[in-house]
Ligand binder design. Structure first.
Ligand code: KIV
Ligand code: NA
Length: 263
């Protein structure tokens, strides 16, 4: 019963059903996710969980294009969004040039850009030039160094009002959806009620129009720490470690390979 979404259907989902979004970085996992998730995000979080870096800032356009192609190959009919990496959309012209590069060299359906009111003009330029844009407001990981850390947003009335202005600005600029990250639940609810496009929350409570999780967090492959907002649906790391230990034991005992496993 899975049907490929497009931006019209995604917008129509608001107030009908909650959208499910998951990240993927490669063909293998994208293929496993494609029949259950409404959208697959090739997040620049891959710079951390795939490439082992400490934040997302050093992700490059080439890296994002490489992983987007892998994900598209593994999930042919999925609605796939490419995260635009840090410093690839510093002004309208750079943004259009780099997003066009993603559209030309991959089958991504849309791109994602961090920023609210401050980036509305850029988003407007992209959407006017036929690029589908998902915005990303609230806690924005590409601002980690300039903000001095990852900080939950929406704790003051001023910040709440700023976030609502951000959401309205990106909607007006033509974004088809907004990721709301790390925002107090009651504030994310107000933001979601302030716009007609669906909001996709991560660490933003239950009243967003959908949810997104990083696949390696929700499947328990990333063990170092578990943010409060992550629900682990699988003990991935434990299962993989146990399996590889078992493999090693079998090799040492010479119970692998068996007669059936040899030519
Ligand atoms: O990079 C990413 O995975 C993201 C999600 C957390 C929304 O931007
Ligand atoms: Na991201």
């Amino acid at each position: 019963n899975f049907e490929k979404l497009n931006i019209t259907k995604i917008k129509e989902a608001k107030n009908k059903y909650k959208l499910t979004v998951i990240t993927a970085y490669d063909a293998l996992f994208a293929n496993l996710f494609k029949d259950s998730a409404d959208m697959i995000l090739v997040g620049d979080s891959l710079n951390m969980s795939f490439a082992g870096k400490s934040d997302t800032l050093s992700a490059t356009l080439e890296q994002m294009i490489y992983h987007t192609n892998a994900v598209c190959n593994g999930a042919k009919d999925a609605f796939i969004i490419t995260d635009m990496p840090f410093s690839t959309y510093i002004n309208k012209d750079e943004a259009l040039k780099n997003c066009s590069e993603v559209y030309r060299r991959t089958l991504a359906s849309a791109v994602k850009i961090e920023g609210g009111e401050d980036r509305a003009e850029i988003i407007n330029h992209l959407t006017k030039n036929s690029i589908a844009v998902m915005a990303h407001i609230g806690l924005m990981p590409q601002y980690v160094r300039s903000e001095g850390g990852y900080k939950v947003r929406g704790k003051t009335k001023d910040d709440e009002e700023q976030l609502i202005r951000d959401a309205i600005a990106v909607e007006k600029a033509g974004a088809f959806s907004i990721v709301i990250e790390g925002v107090k639940g009651d504030v994310a609810k107000k933001i979601s009620q302030s716009v007609k496009i669906p909001t996709i929350g991560i660490g933003a409570g239950k009243d967003c129009d959908g949810q997104v999780l990083v696949w390696s967090d929700m499947l328990g492959f990333f063990e170092e720490f578990k943010p409060k907002f992550v629900r682990r649906y699988l003990d991935g790391a434990k299962l993989v470690k146990e399996a590889v230990e078992q493999y090693r034991d079998d090799v040492q005992k010479q119970s692998f390979p068996s007669q059936n496993e040899e030519y």
